[in-house]
Write a protein of this length. Structure first.
Length: 191
């Protein structure tokens, strides 16, 4: 679906890829700022997204620019979710850069605005990213998550990811310690 087709009010999220997002100048112009707001709010609320403190707008813009560039080169996938032309979620994977790891990618982030939780947006984004990985010839899609992020871990398991390792008390957030859980989706075993 073309982002320009989302002018009417919707109750279901619309999922776009990087090329669809960048084809709509209005959405593209607001993307980094909107993504920053979601990430900063989630991290500020304690979400396990890889930051201890909310990232700056510049940091988010640089990260997303890298992901979009990699997606154009076939080395990433970016998926975004909109409700009524308002960004409510985003996720991406990046292909490993080492030559021996090129058939593999790492699911880096899935983030859904707190106000949109419980609407299936995280599942829709993750499923779209899995489909993109399969279509791109990725053999193994990996991810890691903080051990207390049980909703995300349950979602990943329900979509076929299996845990392949755990580092106990590896993630330090202030005085708190959490396991780092490694999971994978092996497309080679799925035929």
């Amino acid at each position: 679906m073309n982002p320009a087709d989302t002018s009417g009010a919707t109750t279901e999220p619309v999922i776009f890829d990087a090329m669809e997002l960048t084809s709509d100048p209005e959405l593209e112009a607001r993307f980094a700022e909107s993504a920053h707001q979601i990430l900063a709010d989630l991290v500020g609320g304690g979400a396990a997204l890889g930051w201890v403190e909310p990232p700056s707008l510049d940091e988010v813009a640089e990260l997303l620019g890298h992901v979009v560039s990699a997606a154009r080169a076939g080395d990433a996938s970016l998926r975004v979710a909109y409700l009524d032309r308002r960004l409510v979620g985003l996720g991406y994977w990046l292909r490993y850069s080492r030559p021996t790891h090129r058939p593999h990618a790492d699911l880096e982030k899935i983030a859904v605005a707190a106000a949109a939780h419980g609407r299936g947006i995280g599942r829709a984004l993750t499923a779209a990213l899995i489909a993109d990985a399969r279509e791109s010839g990725i053999e193994v899609l990996t991810l890691d998550a903080r051990g207390d992020n049980t909703r995300a871990l349950d979602l990943y398991r329900s979509l076929g990811f299996t845990e392949y390792g755990r580092l106990p008390d590896f993630v330090a957030v202030g005085d708190h310690r959490y396991d780092k859980v490694f999971s994978m989706l092996d497309f080679r075993r799925q035929g």
